[in-house]
Design a protein around this ligand. Structure first.
Ligand code: F6R
Length: 614
């Protein structure tokens, strides 16, 4: 999401901050801004669009010399990507400026109270609330550190905040909850940032901050307190990589980094959408309840990986809502005169929000007066703008062309939509929804466990350098996982790869099987109807014909293990949630194989991240 930096020290603050932002631009590039303190005054410059816009602005209107400041590069969540919504945000008296990463979930209530006190807001952001709260606390005589601690105790949600006070020379204060923040410890200068990449060229000494902590830096000191004012122990460490790796935050490829970001992206996509009692809250659903109740068919439209997310969602949505659900490739949808009318809910899925085929499908659906919900990762893109409602996936910017965290967060957003429909149409009791939501909230941790065991997959990939063809099979939600596994491999490893419904093998594809052919099989959790045993039978069939079987099955599945030449164990999850963990080894396999072949993992040939032509 957003990138944040704060600096105090002898060097020119604006330059240090701008260099830091440049290395964090992957975190968001909707707008950027800087605030510095000069001669007891706060001076702010901010601009919508990429960092180059801010750089041009600073070239035309330079900020005064300063040795203390904060900067921000934004990935918009609340409020469109405009100059006024750009950070930093200032208190009404212009004394304090703050930059924020995260979502202040209770900002509506806080904003209402501030407005009742006469505060006039400049932006539509949740973040500006914090600036006014800090301003009010400072005006009551508190110092910045105490003000920050008190304000944080009023906030709900996830946040990193970094603030600078015009009346506190040589001092920056920051706070964190569920959002990244690290201290860079220099010689007579100190840094605060979302990512060490932003200060790695100045120092490799860092301090990790814990949950619910506030930190104050001066050029010579770092002081950390808990939100309730106790001294907090700090964890200093030495960064073991250098500037050359900084752009990818230590990863050699954006794709690899994005694979590892999936637990956080999944958690962020759930954040703020589940009430403490397990009830779903989709504030962005601007389609009224009566209309949702009248829906008699759902059509999911998307392309590529997003289409595969839709195929998975169909199983869950039909199961939970009993509403018939079709899934259609966007480029096919509008040319076949689909039956869509005002009681059809059209759901489009797009990471970029700019895919031309998907956009055209939306226009076609709206001409038929069908309500359209977009599931999208890019705030303010055309697809959400042209839809009736949008559920954002909070995956953060996805830079690798092969979609990874985009895919898993799309599945999560679709599941939220399915459960929300079931809830709003009274098709499930509250406790049933709450239980499913509780299980969904466990997925980020289960993803972490898969990520921790990927060495085996890396080794597997390294051994496949001469492979020319790979097959993937699965049933039920495992079938679209097989399709997606094959797509990843095609895209970046340039191998022939096909995904099949395991039950279809005998109707043709089994003729492809020859000795040594690698076949990945996604085995459903044990004990679910006869699905599990059916896939195991399919594994035996291909193995009997000489295939080399790589079996993905839940831990403790002894039967699956018997027929696996290579067994990849998955955590135990409900069947519908298995794609969220099963896809990770397949993504990683494709990434490792492409890397071992010396291919450009992030920018594979002939492809582009956002397909804006039909
Ligand atoms: C595959 C991939 C593409 C996209 C497709 C749709 O890794 O990234 O198949 O999924 O082009 O793009 P969006 O989601 O931006 O509409």
């Amino acid at each position: 999401m957003c990138g944040i930096i704060g600096y105090v020290g002898p060097r020119p603050a604006v330059q240090i901050i701008m260099d830091g932002l440049r290395r964090m631009e992957y975190r968001g590039y909707d707008s950027a801004g800087v605030a510095v303190v000069s001669q007891g005054q706060l001076v702010v410059s901010k601009k919508a669009g990429k960092l180059t816009n801010l750089a041009a602005e600073l070239g035309a209107h330079p900020l005064p010399d300063s040795h203390q400041g904060v900067g921000h590069t934004r990935w918009a969540t609340h409020g469109g990507p405009t100059d006024v919504n750009a950070h930093p945000h200032c208190s009404a008296d212009g004394r304090v400026a703050v930059v924020h990463n995260g979502i202040i979930e209770n900002f509506t209530v806080l904003r209402r109270d501030l407005e009742a006190d006469g505060v006039v807001f400049q932006s539509q952001t949740d973040s500006e609330t914090v600036a006014h709260l800090l301003g009010r606390a400072l005006a009551s005589g508190l110092d910045l550190m105490t003000a920050m601690r008190q304000v944080c105790q009023l906030l709900e949600g996830a946040f990193t905040l970094v603030a600078v006070d015009a009346q506190a020379p040589g001092r920056i204060v920051a706070a964190r909850r569920d959002s990244p923040l690290v201290v860079g410890v220099g010689q007579g200068e100190n840094f605060l940032a979302s990512d060490v990449a932003s200060f790695i060229e100045h120092t490799r000494d860092a301090i990790e901050l814990g949950q619910d902590q506030v930190v104050e830096i001066t050029p010579d000191q770092v002081r950390v307190l808990t939100f309730d004012g106790r001294e907090a122990p700090t964890k200093p460490y030495r960064i073991d990589w250098d500037l050359s790796a900084a752009e990818k935050a230590g990863y050699d490829w954006f794709m690899r980094k994005e694979i590892y970001e999936q637990p956080q992206a999944a958690a962020d996509t759930l954040l703020g959408r589940i009430d403490p009692d397990g009830r779903l809250r989709l504030d962005e659903m601007r389609i009224d309840r009566a209309r949702l109740r009248s829906v008699d068919k759902i059509v999911i439209v998307a392309c590529g990986t997003a289409y595969h997310a839709g195929l998975i969602a169909k199983y869950a949505i039909e199961h939970w809502t009993r509403i018939p659900c079709e899934v259609e490739i966007a480029s096919e949808f509008r040319y076949r005169d689909p039956i869509v009318n005002p009681s059809t809910l059209v759901v489009t899925i797009s990471q970029s929000g700019e895919t031309a085929d998907t956009l055209m499908a939306i226009r076609h659906a709206r001409e038929q007066h069908a309500p359209v919900v977009a599931i999208c990762n890019t705030n303010g893109a055309t697809i959400p703008r042209e839809s009736d409602a949008v559920i954002y996936t909070h995956a953060g910017p996805e830079i690798g062309v092969a979609s990874t965290k985009g895919f898993t967060t799309q599945i999560i957003a679709c599941y939220l939509l399915g459960l929300y429909l079931a809830q709003e149409r009274g098709l499930k009791f509250g406790d049933e929804v709450a239980e499913l939501v509780r299980q969904l909230a466990e997925v980020p941790d289960q993803m972490r466990r898969v990520l921790a065991g990927l060495d085996q997959v890396a080794e597997l990939a390294r051994g496949q350098a001469d492979t020319r063809s790979v097959l993937f099979i699965g049933r039920h939600v495992g079938y679209p996982v097989a399709l997606e596994g094959a797509l990843k491999l095609k895209e970046i490893s340039y191998l022939h790869a096909e995904g099949f419904a395991a039950g279809e093998l005998k109707h043709g594809p089994i003729a492809l099987v020859e000795p040594g052919l690698p076949i990945f099989a996604v085995v459903p959790p044990q004990g679910r109807d006869s699905l599990h045993d059916k896939v195991i039978s399919n594994v035996q069939e291909v193995r009997a014909r000489g295939a080399w079987t790589i079996v993905l099955a839940e831990e403790g599945d002894l039967e699956a293990g018997r027929w696996a030449d290579c067994l990849i164990e998955l955590p135990v999850v409900p069947t519908l949630f298995q794609p969220l963990v099963a896809i990770i080894p397949l993504q990683f396999f494709a990434c490792e194989l492409a890397a071992s072949k010396g291919y450009d993992v992030d920018q594979p040939r002939n492809l582009a991240k956002s397909v804006t032509v039909e």
